[in-house]
Design a protein. Structure first.
Length: 594
């Protein structure tokens, strides 16, 4: 049975209204069911369930998909986990998946998890029951951690020496090779094994199911590195996980907000004060996978990094990731360059929560950072605005963009119209100048409205009228589309057509993994019962929008050729100029013929 077959069987067996209705109170409105969206806060219901097709879509936040997608998003499961969960809940026999069930993992994976759990128990006992663990206990007391926090987090101590854990494994008959695979032991150049963690306070790292998959260790004698983390293993992928995610997930989902800190101790300082909607990165820079993980349960991520210059730079580097994933982000700069642990120790949680109310949108923070470099001259204003073009381009929300314009106008003492022009209309000033001997690119009107992007019109109509795919070159469309969720959908259609000779819109849900593409596809699928265009009208619209894209592509090509010709002129490269002229003339000829 293929993955597609499994998904089909699940969706046929699961009643979308029954599944989603146990999470969200739904009421029938016409042929649909409506309720408050479980994925963002709202007062007026914009969340709809299409019982007949087993789909859901929120017209507020854009979340959409089928019953499998809902289980993945709401219970934070991957595809396989969601399928198994729904199969068990709705008694769907899937014998082909039995070998993949969590209780029947491959022997290697289960052995690694067992070894990590054994190591966690060993480190915990060393902290509490051995004389050697006194130094770690003293450190814990100096940091103000309570016995309750230590117990909840199962903190431990890795003894000094080269083979304390290795000796324990040998006595217990646990495979040394499994210990290596788990990242617990290192092989020396001479081929002997030794413990990775030595004389360190140990922080167990768990996965979404609460199972120990790795460790972090803090040096207790000043040796470097200060923090040492487990390497990547078959069960641990540091760029895809977050420290204390299993603990924070439900608390974050309830208020749709998560705090992100950089270190283990910063996070535990919050736990010490009974605050749990906080996670931490695992010794690496923030990744897009971690942003997606937080975006599943929260509408806003608040960065609470160290208040020093390094912490500020680290926050600035995250802006492209949040912008790419469409996740709202803000930041809190702590006073006096303090870290979260210091601030909470000195001022307490109540003061922190008051400070949290003054958090700043991450894009605004980036703007202020650039403006703070302004030297006060008029000329330098131009430089600041130019530097900010890329920052503002990453902001998708029009309201936030306008707020940035107003803020910049005030900071730089400029009219808003001037700031607007510099930030958003500067592309016009970069258009290539006419070149001597080269006529301007010919223009052709297509008589098509540009209100809706042509890529969106084409994709939407291909979903609503899949028979049109036989009359359109999907390969050509892919060449004209920019990288986007829309292109992802058309690429999936092209793959379907190549494999099966036809496009099946419902089947796209089984092969598209990009979340934004799934959301768009679901919205289009739920419009099918309202599609009122005749097939001939839809055909004309698709062909017209394709022509718009061709014209845009030609225009871009003309501009590129003109820029390269300018460069050839400046460098005196006659051969390159002749070659580019031929390309330019050939492109002009295609326009005249077309």
């Amino acid at each position: 049975m293929t993955t597609s077959d499994v998904a089909t069987r699940i969706k046929q067996a699961v009643d979308a209204v029954d599944l989603i209705g146990q999470v969200v109170p739904l009421r029938r409105v016409g042929s649909r069911y409506m309720g408050l969206c479980p994925f963002h806060r709202e007062k007026t219901p914009s969340f709809q369930v299409d019982a007949g097709n087993g789909l859901f879509y929120c017209f507020g936040c854009g979340a959409g998909g089928d019953v499998i997608t809902f289980a993945m998003r709401h219970w934070d499961l991957d595809f396989g986990e969601a399928v198994r969960y729904l199969a068990e809940r709705y008694h769907v026999p899937l014998p082909e998946l039995e070998k993949q069930r969590p209780g029947r993992r491959s022997s290697d994976t289960q052995a690694i998890l067992s070894a990590l759990e054994e190591a966690c128990t060993f480190y915990y006992r060393q902290l509490h029951q051995s004389e050697k663990g006194r130094v770690a206990r003293d450190y814990i007391r100096s940091r103000g951690l309570t016995a309750q926090v230590v117990e909840q987090q199962r903190l431990g101590y890795a003894p000094d020496g080269w083979n304390a854990l290795l000796t324990h494994f040998r006595r217990r008959g646990i495979s040394e090779e499994v210990g290596v695979q788990a990242g617990l032991f290192i092989t020396s150049k001479k081929g002997t094994l030794y413990d990775r963690f030595r004389h360190r306070l140990i922080f167990p790292i768990t996965n979404g199911e609460g199972k120990v998959v790795a460790f972090g260790g803090r040096s207790l004698d000043g040796s470097e590195p200060k923090y040492l983390n487990s390497p990547e293993t078959p069960v641990y992928h540091k760029g895809r996980m977050l420290y204390q995610w299993a603990t924070a997930r439900e608390a974050c989902r309830q208020v749709r907000q998560v705090l992100l800190v950089e270190g283990y101790m910063d996070l535990l300082a919050f736990h010490l004060h009974g605050f749990y909607r906080v996670v931490a990165t695992l010794g690496t820079a923030l990744t897009v996978q971690q942003v997606r993980l937080m975006g599943r349960v929260a509408d806003e991520v608040v960065l609470v990094y160290d208040g020093d210059a390094a912490g500020r730079r680290a926050m600035l580097r995250t802006l492209p990731l949040f912008a790419q994933e469409g996740v709202s982000a803000s930041c809190l700069v702590l006073p006096e360059a303090m870290d979260p642990d210091d601030y909470l120790s000195r001022h307490g949680l109540e003061a922190f929560l008051a400070l949290l109310e003054k958090r700043q949108d991450l894009a605004h923070f980036a703007v202020d950072h650039h403006v703070d470099t302004w030297n006060g001259t008029s000329q330098d204003k131009v430089r600041v605005l130019k530097d900010l073009q890329e920052v503002v381009r990453q902001v998708a929300q029009p309201v936030v963009r306008q707020e940035i314009v107003s803020h910049l106008a005030e900071r730089l003492a400029l009219p808003q119209s001037v700031v607007q022009e510099q930030l958003f209309a500067s592309a016009r000033s970069r258009a290539p100048r006419p070149i001597k001997g080269i006529p301007p690119a010919p223009a052709r009107g297509v008589g098509v409205s540009d209100i809706q992007p042509p890529e969106e019109t084409i994709t939407r109509l291909l979903v609503l009228y899949p028979e049109l795919a036989r009359e359109v070159s999907l390969k050509e469309a892919l060449g004209l589309f920019r990288e986007s969720p829309l292109r992802t959908l058309v690429a999936a259609m092209a793959q379907q057509e190549s494999d099966h000779g036809t496009v099946d819109p419902d089947g796209l849900l089984r092969i598209v993994s990009d979340a934004q593409a799934v959301n768009l596809l679901t919205r289009y699928l739920m419009e099918r019962d309202q599609a009122d265009l005749e097939i001939d009208q839809a055909r004309i619209l698709v062909l017209e929008r394709l022509q718009v894209l061709r014209e845009q592509n030609r225009k871009k090509r003309f501009q590129e050729l003109q820029q390269r010709l300018q460069k050839a002129d400046q460098e005196g490269d006659a051969q390159m100029r002749r070659q580019l002229l031929k390309e330019y003339q050939a492109l002009c000829a295609t326009v005249k013929r077309g």
